[in-house]
Design a protein around this ligand. Structure first.
Ligand code: DGL
Length: 277
């Protein structure tokens, strides 16, 4: 999703005599850690700060205006901390706020996310794809425009799965509760002929093994996390840092630290910072 503003931002950052700043990554909670894992692999020397705004999760059942206001708060907090590239590791925040954030913060580079409707429509054989995302993501103009621009003759079935966000926030990614919740959302898509499922919420990336279990090997699942990391490599200039990772969270800090480790294997020596602090 590079646009001319990203390119302008790269030039500005490259011209910054203080060198590159940190990469800031945010989500409503644990979901964006799926993106952080890929970012750490792609840019091992970049300094990163991850914000998990768990006190205000889930974003998916909030209005787009609310999510936009929240995203602004987070970006202001990041801009005060020498963050020069912001990754919205959240489809909902991207749907609600990416355009506005770019317009309001021309000195920052942004990487956002969108459900992979285009590649899915290009590779479905059955002509039916399922998109798994939040209610707010489906309500945004971004999703409507993706469907009208790229779906063509493909039938796009959308499925909001609020329960999945809740499960992942509790650190539950397998077991009977998860299997039942996944089956409830995925089976109707399979019955309707979907041969490809688009993961359109970063929390759901942690449920891919459970989704695969229900959907079977014949159904392709598109996980956006690696593509977001690849886009960040193109946009960010922070790869000459020292690989520092700062975690920040609203809500219970110890619980977040423990879940980040158990769900994503992400640990830091430093204590989790309180957000907004
Ligand atoms: N992880 C987020 C997304 O990608 C939002 C989940 C939520 O807070 O509802 O959409």
């Amino acid at each position: 999703m590079t646009d001319q503003r990203d390119i302008d931002n790269i030039d500005k950052l490259a011209a910054n005599p203080n060198g590159p700043g940190m990469i800031g990554v945010f989500d409503s909670g644990l979901g964006g850690l799926s993106v952080l894992i890929e970012l750490r692999k792609a840019l091992p020397n970049a300094d990163m700060t991850y914000v998990a705004d768990r006190a205000r999760a889930p974003y998916g059942s909030r209005s787009l205006d609310e999510v936009r206001a929240i995203s602004r708060d987070i970006v202001h907090w990041m801009a005060d901390r020498a963050i020069s590239t912001v990754v919205l590791a959240c489809n909902t925040a991207s749907a609600a706020a990416l355009e506005t954030l770019r317009e309001e913060n021309r000195d920052l580079a942004f990487v956002g996310m969108e459900p992979a409707v285009k590649p899915a429509a290009e590779s479905t054989r059955s002509g039916v794809i399922g998109v798994l995302a939040t209610r707010a993501t489906f309500q945004g103009r971004l999703f409507q425009s993706l469907v009208s621009r790229h779906a063509g003759a493909t039938t796009v079935l959308s499925r909001a799965c609020p329960r999945w966000v809740e499960l992942v926030e509790r650190g539950l990614v397998d077991g009977p509760l998860v299997e039942e919740a996944v089956r409830r959302e995925v089976e109707p898509l399979l019955t309707a002929g979907a041969d490809l499922l688009v993961v359109g919420c970063t929390h759901f990336s942690f449920l891919i093994p459970a989704i695969r279990e229900v959907a079977g090997e014949g159904v392709r699942i598109i996980d956006p996390a690696p593509a977001v990391a690849a886009q960040t490599v193109r946009v960010a200039t922070g790869e000459q840092g020292s690989g520092t990772l700062v975690l920040a969270a609203s809500g219970d800090l110890a619980e977040f630290a423990s879940l980040a480790d158990s769900i994503a294997g992400i640990k830091t020596v430093a204590p989790v910072l309180p957000f907004p602090g």
